[in-house]
Write a protein that binds this ligand. Sequence first.
Ligand SMILES: C[S@@+](CC[C@H](N)C(=O)[O-])C[C@H]1O[C@@H](n2cnc3c(N)ncnc32)[C@H](O)[C@@H]1O
Length: 374
Amino acid sequence: MATTDQGTAVGTSEESKIEESKPEEPKLEEPKPEEPLAPAEPEPPMSPVQEHFIEFDYSATSSDEYDSLYGSDYGSATTSLSDSVRNYKYENGRRYHAYKEGQWVMPNDEVQQEQMDLMHHVFLVRLGGRLFLAPIENPQKIMDVGTGTGIWAMQVAEDHPAAAVMGNDLSPIQPTWVPPNISFEVDDFNEPWLQTPESFDLIHSRDLHAAVTSWPFLVGQAYEKLRPGGWYESQEHTVEITTDDGSVPEGNILKEWVRNLEKASVLLGRELHPPRYMKDWLKDAGFVNVRQETYKLPIGTWPKDPVEKQIGAMNLVNMLDAAEGYTLGFYTRYLGKSHEETLADIELIKKNLKTRKFHMYFQFCITYGQKPEW
Ligand SMILES: C[S@@+](CC[C@H](N)C(=O)[O-])C[C@H]1O[C@@H](n2cnc3c(N)ncnc32)[C@H](O)[C@@H]1O
């Protein structure tokens, strides 16, 4: 993993430019010197992914125009609670959380839980196995905000057996057989947090876009609950379908899909693209040593590099699983579309996601900052 001039970490693959007609030899670059923690001002709102070109696999033929992943090697790889939080709601054939009903637009059923766990693996492979990038050693008290299945929190608890780890979520979907140093709570992170101020060394949140009613509030709560010198880390991916070669044409349903999700998010009053503003939110809350690292998450098996291909394959399975959950809630609750109409759109979206000639990726942005020591 390398770091560019802007303090932007880039992926592990060879850095080579994408061209449609013929493959090019990768260009080797001189290693760059280590960057200081605080990047030079002025900075762009979101740290750009720089010089991380993912070369695509030219072996695709007309017979494998679409990725076929199911059945392949890449296939989909608390404590006591009252009944009310388990009294789940059902809508359009999917199961949703009961506590603070309607707060979160995605289902919490098995399908969605598998998708969350797969996404965890995508993130982990992308970060070379690192669960967080904040430069903290031996954190003793760790919080995972909106923990989902708790997979990140459980892994952190295993890696740091001397630390006490807690995770919260609207849904009690975490396993009960967990490491002894971990606990889970049902809670709403959009409400004032009940934890003791200045008590945590590390607070982490991941993949919460469109779940947060006010990011400045959430970041401010994290600041309050951290001890001086502690770190907050946000890991979020963008929801834009990005390419370096314009291979997804204007008018394609994937572009319309993102525009519809953006429209619905505005109606819901949630930010779909938090990485764009995250550095400023951290600085405004009082964090120092704020840094953002941006990585590409390819979608599909189009990359040539085996690691990129593996990430792309897992990410595609993840997208195919997530597409229904995401789209159903947003389209039927906020855009007035019928269930049938939405299912038809979802089918088309999935088909386009599998198109190998679309060299698509998301950006995965890790933003972290430190509460001043005094
Ligand atoms: C996309 S999942 C990410 C889960 C986990 N952070 C991960 O990366 O594996 C978002 C999670 O946020 C939870 N969530 C959404 N709104 C919430 C709220 N207001 N309070 C607590 N949890 C919430 C959802 O229940 C879901 O488990």
